[in-house]
Write a protein that binds this ligand. Structure first.
Ligand SMILES: [Zn+2]
Length: 134
């Protein structure tokens, strides 16, 4: 099946996830991180973006435990924990990630390490709670 234009746009991200790294985009001129990539940078109006591998450290911005999914996802059994993770090195950039351990209860502000795991055959961002003091 041919890839769509959206698939081409996100191919570096998908390839990163398949290799255990999470990639975001930043403006090629002013280096501001924007996720998702926009038509042009809101800071300098540049239209060129560059991908980079993030440092996998972050903090829980918000989270929820999904007990009864509205739309079931093959390969993902409820209950599961879904969180919005603030990327430490990219102020303002947040990534949706699944908890590797759905029995854990994160708190807003908890330090996490981002990882990748396969869900229904596609690598997706996941997180684990970082040990205290890290
Ligand atoms: Zn810019």
């Amino acid at each position: 099946m041919p890839e769509s234009r959206d698939d081409d746009l996100y191919k570096p991200r998908r390839e990163g996830l398949e290799n255990g790294v999470i990639r975001l985009t930043r403006c090629a001129r002013c280096k501001v991180v924007e996720w998702y990539p926009l038509a042009r940078c809101v800071h300098c109006r540049n239209e060129a973006w560059e991908w980079f591998d993030i440092d996998p450290r972050g903090r829980v911005h918000s989270w929820c435990r999904v007990v009864r999914p509205t739309v079931p996802i093959d390969g993902l059994e409820a209950p599961y924990v879904l969180a919005l993770i603030e990327v430490e090195e990219a102020e303002g950039a947040r990534i949706v990630a699944l908890a590797e351990d759905p029995t854990q209860t994160p708190m807003v502000g908890d330090a996490v390490r981002l990882t990748t795991q396969s869900v229904a055959g596609a690598a997706q961002p996941h997180f684990v709670l970082a040990p205290a003091g890290s």
